[in-house]
Ligand binder design. Structure first.
Ligand code: PEP
Length: 267
């Protein structure tokens, strides 16, 4: 982790937590982070964000609006309105106070037909609506075993980010598909190498300042006991977390780890 970028600890709840459970969870999360805030006085803290299912967003917004804990959508469409049954326009997420939206999560790519082209359109649409897109990229196990990791990630980055202006504010999550929900985390060296590749790509293809400021999250079976070693990698700026974001104890522990690491770097 680099001290110039505030780490982000983001919880992707996938299809878990309906409105009542989501509202109760963020109430508890807010309470526990407020206690931590009081004891930590004015020291810097990692940013925390949750990504509930779309129907739970209003309940989450009611609790978190105006607080330091951010929230976002798990998906959006690229059109602003129209005959697109089941889809959500980025502006609707913005109206609920969403700061972020996930784009191109591997479950969307593998189960729901998301592809490089739709990811590019969604990136542009989210930015136009004033929402920070969080692009997910990463290779499958067979792609890694065939030595195609960088080629796949490069293709995904080019399609989603290639046309963006240098001012565009976005986050990238490197999520090797073989590590998502499997309990098999990338080693810190594997994550560090992929993150360094992504940062170098941003600098060479968008602008050096984009590479410097953009947060790169690691995602794939992150747990409290493996997060610390991942954070030691200079290009890992936090995590996108599925399973371990569903329990208050593990999610709070992950947020606290990122804050401790940041505090340690600054002091
Ligand atoms: C994810 O859903 O983006 C994810 C990384 O899940 P998990 O932490 O459960 O592997």
């Amino acid at each position: 982790m680099n001290r110039t970028r505030i780490p982000l600890v983001a919880g992707n709840w996938k299809m878990n937590k309906g409105p009542a459970e989501a509202g109760a969870f963020v109430r508890d999360l807010l309470e526990s982070s407020t206690h931590a805030e009081t004891s930590a006085a004015a020291s810097p803290r990692a940013e925390v964000a949750v990504f509930p299912p779309p129907v739970s967003l209003p309940a989450v917004a009611e609790v978190l609006k105006g607080t330091p804990i951010a929230y976002g959508g798990q998906n959006c469409h690229w059109k602003s309105k129209g005959a697109f049954t089941g889809e959500t326009a980025p502006a609707f997420l913005a109206e609920l106070g969403c700061r972020y939206v996930l784009v191109g999560h591997s479950e969307r790519r593998n189960l729901f037909g998301e592809n490089d082209e739709t990811c590019g359109k969604k990136m542009a649409a989210a930015l136009a609506a004033g929402i920070e897109p969080l692009l997910c990229c990463g290779e499958t196990l067979s792609e890694r075993e065939s030595g195609l990791t960088f080629k796949v990630v490069e293709r995904q980055l080019r399609a989603a980010l290639g046309g963006l202006p240098a001012a565009a504010q976005f986050t990238v999550a490197y999520e090797p598909v073989w590590a998502i929900g499997t309990g098999r985390t990338a080693t810190p060296a594997q994550a560090g190498e992929a993150h360094a590749f992504i940062r170098q790509w941003l600098g060479a293809n968008l602008a050096p300042e984009v590479a410097t400021r953009t947060r790169l999250l690691y995602g794939g079976s992150v747990k409290p006991d493996n997060f610390g070693d991942l954070l030691k990698q200079p290009d890992v700026d936090g995590a996108l977390i599925g399973g371990a974001s569903l329990e208050l104890a593990s999610f709070s522990a992950l947020a606290d780890s990122a804050t401790s690491y940041l505090t340690g770097l600054i002091s």
